[in-house]
Ligand binder design. Structure first.
Ligand code: SF4
Length: 382
């Protein structure tokens, strides 16, 4: 929790941890609630602005603590309202946060790691390798920065951010504790007050951590599936060799079983021409997901140099979607947005995340926002 300044960063502390912090200082626990409101509701990072905190305590806090989000390298706003921040974290790497407004909702896509160790074959973020885990302050700091930029704080009537998806850079379940703390703050009324149904964690399938997640939270879950059988998934998502579908799907089913009647798993499936887009793959998927209440997001691949993959034809995409749809699945295919700011920042973030991968995330994030807007029991529930 301390950094190079030797001070504790209060930004990433959950209510329980902040209460413990004040107790250690010899102060009352209720101070945590006061300070959290200043930080998260009002976007304050200066203790002297906390007018209901006495001067003696403010001085005490200044001596041992700070409120510090990641450094904002750039903020861009698209014609269609999409916003994108590039922020620098303590390791020196940059990560990206994307906001997508649509139909009265605002979905924020948040990163959990700089780089990624999992090396999915179609993802250039993975090819860059792993750089660092983000701290809880760096994760919630992305929400804090976005929230402040809308200027709606402290009037929490028209919230700009209604949904959060942990779908930015990195595998969130490999940075478990920090991600859980940050999600706790997203849902806390003293934090951002976002419904647990509207906070989604997206994973490529770290099975033990899915089980552990179910023990500590009940946020929505998305699975980056990308292949309907082990042989193919081993190639596309190497983590599958460790946690094959025979253990992954039961872990996901067990997780969503704990979410109540109307909950479901979101399936993300990047369509790669002649690799995983054939009718046989759709049929395998229909069988694979038979026992899983789910909604399926199809994400046509956006080619990038040396990826070795191509985007399927529109006919192939439609054929794949129709097969799933006719089997009773709720399935969507979307196109990207925010292209103008994508282009504007492509070079800068090229070091940490290429445009293609970002575009895929925009698509997936928007689909998730659609689903969270109307939470219904999927038609494939049996
Ligand atoms: S797709 Fe996700 S899990 Fe796989 S390498 Fe890319 S960022 Fe990591």
């Amino acid at each position: 929790m301390t950094d190079t300044t030797g001070k504790i960063n209060l930004l990433g502390l959950t209510q329980a941890k902040l209460e413990a912090f004040f107790e250690e200082l010899g102060e009352k626990r209720f101070r945590a609630g006061q300070v959290m409101k200043w930080i998260h509701h009002f976007g304050v990072d200066n203790f002297d602005d906390m007018t209901n905190v006495g001067k003696a305590l403010r001085d005490k806090l200044k001596a041992c603590a700070e409120i510090r989000g990641p450094e904002v390298v750039s903020e861009d706003i698209s014609k269609d309202g999409t916003r994108k921040w590039v922020v620098r974290v303590a390791s020196g790497s940059c990560v990206e946060t994307v906001y997508i407004p649509q139909n009265g909702r605002g979905t924020l896509c948040v990163s959990s790691q700089a780089g990624c160790a999992l090396d999915c074959s179609f993802c250039s973020t993975g090819k860059q390798g792993f750089n660092s885990d983000l701290t809880a302050a760096e994760i919630i700091g992305q929400v804090w920065i976005a929230n402040k930029s809308f200027g709606t704080v402290p009037a929490k009537v028209d919230r700009a951010i209604t949904n959060v998806v942990m779908m930015g850079m990195g595998e969130p379940l490999l940075n478990f504790d920090n991600v859980v703390d940050a999600m706790t703050l997203m849902m806390d009324d003293l934090g951002y007050g976002i419904s647990k149904r509207k906070v989604t964690l997206s994973t490529s399938g770290v099975v033990p951590m899915i089980e552990k997640l179910g023990q500590v939270t009940d946020v929505a879950l998305a699975l980056s599936l990308h292949a309907p059988n082990d042989e193919l998934r081993n190639q596309l998502v190497p983590l599958n060799k460790k946690y094959p579908l025979s253990v992954l799907l039961p872990a996901c089913n067990a997780y969503i079983a704990g979410l109540g009647e109307k909950r479901f798993l979101t399936i993300e499936y990047t369509l790669l021409k002649d690799v995983n887009d054939q009718p046989e793959h759709a049929r395998q998927m229909i069988e694979l997901l038979r026992e899983t209440p789910c909604k399926i997001n199809l994400i046509p691949f956006n080619p990038f140099p040396y990826s070795g993959y191509e985007r399927p034809s529109n006919n192939a995409i439609r054929r794949f979607q129709d097969l799933l749809h006719n089997a009773g699945y709720n399935v969507t295919v979307r196109t990207t947005r925010g292209e103008d700011i994508d282009a504007a920042c492509g070079q800068l973030v090229g070091q940490v995340m290429d445009r293609t991968r970002r575009s895929e995330r925009y698509i997936a994030v928007r689909q998730l926002a659609d689903e969270q807007a109307g939470v219904t029991v999927p038609t494939n529930r049996r």
